[in-house]
Design a protein around this ligand. Structure first.
Ligand SMILES: Cc1cc2nc3c(=O)[nH]c(=O)nc-3n(C[C@H](O)[C@H](O)[C@H](O)COP(=O)(O)OP(=O)(O)OC[C@H]3O[C@@H](n4cnc5c(N)ncnc54)[C@H](O)[C@@H]3O)c2cc1C
Ligand SMILES: NC(=O)c1ccc[n+]([C@@H]2O[C@H](COP(=O)([O-])OP(=O)(O)OC[C@H]3O[C@@H](n4cnc5c(N)ncnc54)[C@H](O)[C@@H]3O)[C@@H](O)[C@H]2O)c1
Length: 451
């Protein structure tokens, strides 16, 4: 057993941990970075990047299928092989992180491959070797797919996001457990590649955290594309007969070649030794302050910090933890929380939903408009469905929440992200020029009229 002294140990190198280790080493600290699997974490290898490559390919198929309505005729034959190749060769380097490790080493970070565990204050052990950090430890251990306690499920060869993005062909049929971001993005993708897809969501509607109008629109569109979406359905049991999955819900049974479990995420905090320093790791996340500090000499960033399981959140928090560790000035935490679900149409959102605003006791005015009925929606034609929803705090005359569902909805919402973040008065938004005929011009028609 060896003992190494350093300034900071980073345990887990998701996108935020990797950036933080590099930033601290660049500031002259001695940093030990510990990663059990691949440097960069879930996002580049099994999450955002491969799934968005799949979505890009699936959207190309959908656009090609719209040619008949606007530009003649296109015969479309879906083939999953090119996107599987792109994921293997361009995105993940065949799930090899050599380049990322070299980048870390070049940045003067000491890299340790292995599973880190806190064994005492500011002390992490990896395979029997100890690293003692004078300034402290940063945790960025992320999440794994949560497997719901459904009778029989654990004994079957179900897919999680990892198997889904590593697939080399689309299954003939697929049942998806969970109508959240992962479930919906992958369900639509595989359906566009020809899979017969059923989505089973236990909550009353899919995409529960977003506005109900987005859930209704998306349910209608997915259904019209040929997917079957059941919300408010309870799964009694799952079996696999060696060939096919059988998913039982009351008197209905759904059969499929593959089963994807996309029912949320489980934080990796229960078994990393937090108990040895008196920190409770039994919950859904760690409690952090605006510096990402859990306790003296301990910081947490990313999914385990419980303020949004998104790469951009993890990166933002990495910078905040860096400032805290380096004793630099810290601006207030950005409360606006932008997010995008990359279904087609995309669901872009920022700030509060109507319900969240009302729950906070705000006096709100809510307005919506139909993207399809906007000039750009009219021009766009097939695939133009969408909506804009604004939640305005009437006491302050500012937009506190916005949702844009539509083609490039995740891009269109960006102007509103700035408006919410900068608390731009609605009167200023009204007295602004919106380029014609853009999708974002629909924002102007959604603004509440002056009282
Ligand atoms: C299919 C899918 C699609 C997604 N799409 C998007 C998207 O489009 N946009 C977006 O913003 N977010 C997306 N996300 C979420 C995003 O991937 C995560 O929020 C992001 O990876 C940040 O996670 P993290 O930094 O908390 O850690 P993770 O990325 O989970 O990384 C944690 C790392 O810690 C390592 N680790 C864990 N325990 C230990 C230990 N004890 N010792 C050493 N190492 C350890 C793990 O091996 C892992 O590499 C997606 C997720 C999935 C699954
Ligand atoms: N575009 C993006 O930015 C993006 C894409 C994918 C994932 N993510 C991140 O990853 C997180 C995890 O994604 P996710 O989709 O796994 O989780 P989620 O929590 O967003 O959705 C999981 C869904 O599964 C449902 N569910 C749970 N148990 C079930 C059961 N027994 N039967 C049927 N349904 C059940 C839940 O009600 C929920 O609607 C997201 O919340 C998001 O933060 C982001």
């Amino acid at each position: 057993m060896s003992e190494t002294s350093c300034d900071v140990v980073v345990v887990g190198l998701g996108p935020g941990g990797e950036a933080l280790a590099t930033r601290l080493a660049g500031a002259g600290l001695s940093v030990v970075a510990v990663e059990a699997e691949l440097v960069g974490g879930e996002c580049p290898y099994w999450g955002c990047i491969p799934s968005k490559m799949m979505i890009r390919a699936a959207n190309a198929l959908a656009e090609a299928r719209r040619v008949d309505q606007v530009a003649g005729h296109a015969d479309v034959q879906a083939d999953f092989a090119p996107v599987a190749k792109r994921i293997r060769e361009e995105a993940t380097d065949d799930w090899d992180d050599t380049v990322a490790v070299e980048r870390l080493l070049k940045a003067n970070v000491t890299f340790v491959r292995g599973r880190g565990r806190i064994v005492a204050d500011r002390t992490v052990e990896v395979d029997g070797d100890r690293y003692v950090a004078s300034r402290g430890v940063v945790l960025n251990t992320g999440t794994t797919a949560a497997v719901p306690p459904i009778d029989g499920l654990a004994d079957t060869p179900f897919w999680t996001n990892r198997e889904a993005v590593s697939a080399t062909e689309a299954p003939s049929s697929l049942v998806v457990i969970g109508g959240g971001a992962i479930g919906l993005e992958l369900a639509q993708t595989f359906a566009r590649f020809g899979s017969d897809v059923v989505v089973l969501e236990v909550a009353p509607r899919i995409l529960g955290p977003e506005e109900p109008e987005a859930s209704v629109l998306l349910t209608d569109l997915l259904t019209s594309e040929g997917l079957t979406v059941h919300a408010g359905i309870s799964i009694d049991g799952v079996a696999h007969d060696g060939d096919r999955f059988h998913v039982t819900c009351g008197d209905q049974t759904f059969e499929a070649e593959q089963l994807l479990v996309a029912a949320g995420r489980k934080p990796r905090i229960a078994d990393i030794g937090l108990d040895t320093i008196g920190v409770d790791g039994s919950g859904r996340s760690l409690e952090v302050d605006d510096d990402q500090r859990v306790a003296d000499g301990l910081w947490a960033i990313g999914d385990i910090a419980g303020r949004g399981a998104f790469t951009h959140v993890s990166m933002y928090q990495a910078e905040r933890a860096a400032r805290s560790i380096l004793g630099e000035d810290q601006p207030p935490y950005d409360p606006t929380f932008p997010r995008v679900t990359f279904t087609d149409p995309e669901v872009g959102a920022v700030g509060l939903t109507e319900q969240q605003a009302r729950d906070r006791g705000m006096n709100v005015e809510v307005t919506t408009s139909d993207i399809a009925a906007s000039s750009r929606g009219f021009v766009h034609g097939p695939g133009h469905e969408g909506l804009v929803k604004l939640v305005v705090d009437t006491d302050r005359d500012v937009v506190v929440g916005a949702t844009v569902v539509g083609p490039s909805g995740g891009e269109t919402v960006s102007g509103l992200a700035v408006a919410v973040r900068a608390e731009v008065p609605v009167s200023t938004l009204r007295n602004s020029i919106y380029a014609y005929p853009t999708f974002w011009r629909a924002i102007e028609s959604t603004l509440p009229k002056p009282s």
